[in-house]
Ligand binder design. Structure first.
Ligand code: G1P
Length: 297
């Protein structure tokens, strides 16, 4: 098995029901933070980590994603005519090299583990990354790149990890810690969405994974877990029972849960504030809003 990770799976089959009616006709992943779709952040992070092949696990109604990653000849010609070179440059980053992007349909919503399993034939016998585009991570060094560097030192299954408040643990995969080595944590168990009060720690899995191909074989069993779904967490936990290494990686950076409205809004504000051309206006507006709100109380 090679150790270099060059393939990433992006599970994007979800219906995005939390953002209805917006997601009735556009995929959730096309919703944007300022002016870039959520999926673009995930792609940029993957590219920075050395990913060369991009596998999207999609479902009905996601064709806008395919158009997004393709050339847009009319638009490009129009921008060229108008001399808008900076926008043309931005558009270039959205286009994927031919043959480097693949779309697989997840025909039934059977869970994250099943979505990853759907991509098995494109992965073959090499380690691979999984990126959940709902989890946006703002970081100086992109999160997946931090993980790839850690993986080179410690090859083994690795999940991004972050402490969450105890009353939120039930919404995540939670790690049972064997040894805490600082940024790296070795894991002796994992539970998907533990019942409140039963979590083995407050260290939660965040949507970045580096996985060994054995995981795909574990997923063959198609065992259902939390919520009646085939869980990726369970397939990773199975590795521990087989005596293989699983690590949690505490990344540097700020994570936004863009699968929730409040996380999405926080990410929007935060990313807008990091843009020099928007910062001053937005800051002034936010201060006015806060002042008015305080005065009204
Ligand atoms: C998924 C995973 C969960 C992980 C979470 C991170 O859950 O199943 O283990 O903690 O992503 O965002 P979901 O949010 O899809 O329910």
């Amino acid at each position: 098995m090679q150790n270099k990770i060059t393939k990433a799976i992006f599970p994007v089959a979800g219906l995005g029901t939390r953002f209805l009616p917006a997601t009735k006709s556009i995929p959730k992943e096309i919703m944007s933070l300022v002016d870039r779709p959520l999926i673009q952040y995930a792609i940029d992070e993957a590219r920075a980590a050395g990913i060369k092949e991009f596998i999207f696990v999609t479902s009905r109604g996601k064709s806008a994603l395919e158009d997004y990653f393709d050339h847009a000849p009319h638009l490009e010609a129009e921008l060229k005519k108008k001399g808008k070179d900076d926008l043309l440059e931005e558009l270039k980053k959205t286009v994927m090299d031919s043959g480097r992007i693949a779309y697989i349909r997840q025909q039934k919503p059977l869970g994250l583990g099943h979505a990853v399993w759907c991509a098995r034939r494109l992965i073959g016998d090499e380690p691979f990354a999984v990126i959940l585009p709902d989890d946006i991570i703002a970081a100086e060094k992109p999160c997946l790149q931090q993980m790839v560097e850690a993986f080179e030192e410690n090859p083994g299954n690795m999940v991004a990890a972050m402490e969450v408040p105890a009353d939120r643990a039930h919404a995540y995969g939670i790690l049972d810690v064997k040894e805490d080595m600082g940024s790296l944590v070795s894991v002796k168990g994992m539970v998907e969405k533990p019942k409140p009060g039963t979590q083995p720690s407050n260290l939660a899995v965040i949507g970045r994974y580096l996985l060994t191909p054995q995981i795909l074989e574990n997923l063959e069993a198609k065992e259902t877990g939390a919520g009646g779904e085939i869980q990726l967490t369970d397939a990773i936990a199975h590795e521990i029972t087989e005596g293989r290494d699983v690590f949690g990686f505490r990344f540097n950076g700020q994570r936004f849960d863009c699968g929730s409205k409040s996380g999405y809004l926080q990410a929007t504000v935060s990313f807008a504030l990091s843009r020099p051309e928007l910062r001053d206006d937005l800051m002034e507006f936010l201060q006015t809003v806060v002042n008015m709100d305080q005065a009204a109380q």
